[in-house]
Design a protein around this ligand. Structure first.
Ligand code: SAH
Length: 265
């Protein structure tokens, strides 16, 4: 079989540590009724481990044709259980899969990881869980807690919709070629949604607005909304106008976006 030439622009860092692969798959807690979607199988270390697990079906989505001849034979090795889809994950709505629910498991191409996750947040009705290898810094931003430097609008966007857990870190040597940065396995499990679509949009607008100026107090960044008596309104509703965005919990952001719904919508 021809030698693999890693393509940097496709974020190709191939896992070579079977233990890391096994721990990632174990975290997804698979059962024989699960349908799994893998993004970027590459040479297939995760793919093969998934196929040995008790799953109903695996779809693997790969953009790079150099892997076609390596992965295609798995379809006849695992008839009805494996389907290779040669496609760009960024152009692939989950609705294309004729399956009610899927688990996503992937060592994501890091350059598009955040974009994919944000997109899947809009398709959570199709998703049971996402178990994803991403850059550690991205995992920390997604799982970020208030009052930490990783906490921001991405943390809030993800945590309002999902239970988020950073499971374990993975060093560069687990990959070939090794990336420049540490990686982490992250898990997101959709929550029952209590906010309406409109409330979610308002929350998103508000968090983006204040985190654009994350060193500023909220009484300063919220001035853009042109609200009369802003400070007293904040105080009356139990907010400290001197707080900076990272001091506010997600619940406080929800209350704040409801308070200012007319101005942020
Ligand atoms: N899962 C493999 C490879 C991870 S590297 C392993 O762990 O060893 C990332 C993989 O994603 C590569 O195979 C790359 O070709 C693929 N990829 C990159 N961009 C993609 C895209 N837009 N859509 C689908 N696959 C993509």
């Amino acid at each position: 079989m021809s030698r693999i030439i890693p393509k940097k622009k496709l974020g190709q860092h191939f896992l070579q540590d079977q233990d890391v692969v096994d721990r990632t798959v174990a975290a997804a807690n698979l059962s024989s009724s699960d349908v799994v979607l893998e993004i970027g199988p590459g040479p297939g270390i995760l793919t093969k481990t998934l196929l040995k697990s008790p799953i109903k079906k695996l779809y693997s989505l790969e953009i790079d044709p150099q892997f076609f001849s390596r992965l295609k034979p798995l379809e006849s090795e695992y008839p009805d259980r494996f389907q290779l889809i040669m496609s760009d994950a960024l152009q692939f709505p989950l609705s294309k899969l004729d399956e009610p629910k899927i688990k996503i498991i992937a060592n994501l191409p890091y350059n598009i990881g955040t974009t994919l996750i944000i997109r899947w947040l809009g398709e959570l009705n199709k998703i049971t869980s996402m178990t994803l290898m991403v850059q550690k810094e991205v995992a920390e931003r997604i799982a970020g807690a208030p009052s930490t430097k990783s906490y921001g609008s991405l943390s809030i966007l993800c945590q309002i919709k999902c239970e988020v857990q950073k499971l374990f870190d993975v060093p560069p040597q687990a990959f070939n070629p090794p990336p420049q940065v540490m990686s982490s396995v992250l898990q997101l499990v959709p929550k029952d949604q209590t906010l309406s679509d409109e409330e979610l949009t308002n929350l998103e607008n508000l968090t983006q607005l204040v985190f654009q100026q994350r060193r500023k107090m909220i009484r300063v960044s919220l001035k853009q909304l042109n609200i009369e008596n802003l400070e007293s309104l904040l105080e009356k509703n139990g907010f400290n106008p001197m707080d900076r965005p990272e001091d506010l919990s997600i619940e406080q952001f929800v209350r704040l976006s409801r308070l200012f719904e007319k101005s942020v919508s």
